[in-house]
Ligand binder design. Sequence first.
Ligand code: SAH
Ligand code: SF4
Ligand code: F3S
Length: 475
Amino acid sequence: MEELILDKKHDEARQGEAFAPNELSQKEFKQHFYIESYGCQMNFADSEVVASILQGAGFGPTGNQEEADLIFINTCSIREKAEQTVRKRLTTFKSLKRRKKTLLIGVLGCMAERLKSKFLEEEKLVDLVVGPDAYRSLPSLIEEAAGGLKAVNVLLSREETYADIAPVRLDSNGISAFVSIMRGCNNMCSFCVVPFTRGRERSRDPISILAECSDLYENGYREITLLGQNVDSYYYTTPQETSGPVTFASLLEQVARIAPDLLVRFSTSHPKDITDEVLDTMAKYENICKYIHLPVQSGSSRILQLMNRTYTREWYLAKVDRIRSILPDCGISADIIAGFCTEEEKDHQDTLAVMEYCKYDFSYMFYYSERPGTLAARRYKDDVPEKVKKRRLEEIVSLQNRLSLESNKRDIGKTYKVLIEGDSKKDTAAWKARNSQNKVVVFPKENHPFKKGDFVTVVVADCTQGTLKGRILIQ
Ligand code: SAH
Ligand code: SF4
Ligand code: F3S
């Protein structure tokens, strides 16, 4: 059930995608790597950093596992299911290794960090285990592994942001890119493994962020998503404090000023950190998309406290009101967890009521999965039976389905200026785009000479629960 929801919508927790090689791979490389990524956008962005480091060391990308000398799997630990998916995938790679003895298999990312060298005991055919802050050491680890040693580096860092590494955009539409602005997380949500797998929060030098964004713009990109576990707590001071601190609001403004036809998005916002300054900046620039992903997790103040989310239900609702008053047309989505420890029926009803109040345009919905080592695992009993968790999740999902459809129906008749991202998946005679509120809009190409990367005005004529259907308006 969880998979189903993720597959349909979850941009953040994608289920394993391999990078297709781009023109760079046409260059002659003696050896090739294949990389597959799971989990959130941060992991996908990291894989692009890894690709850059590997290319620097003489390895070329390949989209073909059979041809690879090195196979990397960039893993996610957020829920048990995510780890199971990775383990299943590893069995395929291990059978490749049985056929090709020189093949090296590397595990990267959050599972590598969580399990460390235990991974090598559990998965005998894995050669490298490399945590998210240790990718610079990949070339030397590969050498070690090629020499027959098992190579592990899972050191977390307080400084690493890979600021100077230009990511290799391997699986890109050439229009939209993700730019990492911070790493790690200092929030200690009791259910969450991320602070353990990603380490302390640190912000990347704004100069390198702006340089990367300008470069993307010059190379034809028209949409940038600023990424971090908690972007609103972005805060950069120069080591010598020679200039004043840069906050997320000022970074957002500087990125928006690169060009009026560069769309700017960001993810994810912890409700406690999204300030009026950020909302005012969003209001001021048309090219900053009016969309906020604002994970609520639960609608019950008692559960929120156990989750250590640092806000109450009332506080969260007031934040949503604030967003709506400053940005009346802002899209809002959420993450919701069903069946956290001690959750009762009335807590669950509180969650449903918060969803109704906030009228989320869409949500990413999960049932609670206990993660070893987290505060919740140590302190609370995972006492909601699986059957109840799943039933509550189903109720949450069906409410969200209704809210999404209602939200989309309200858009019928509205016009939007949208960026063409490429062909619609289902119909090559139609374009796919997203509006400012992050809703997918599809519309027939008709005979207009538009192309990917163009902005076009569309009017919404119809919708489904997941998509707006429009037609091009020539003004
Ligand atoms: N940094 C982001 C979230 C990253 S994880 C934020 O704070 O918004 C993405 C989502 O996974 C979380 O928002 C939460 O809803 C879900 N999640 C995290 N740990 C979980 C767990 N142990 N069980 C179920 N869902 C979980
Ligand atoms: Fe996890 Fe909370 Fe940090 Fe998000 S803010 S990554 S849910 S600890
Ligand atoms: Fe998963 Fe790690 Fe992201 S646990 S959600 S890949 S930060």
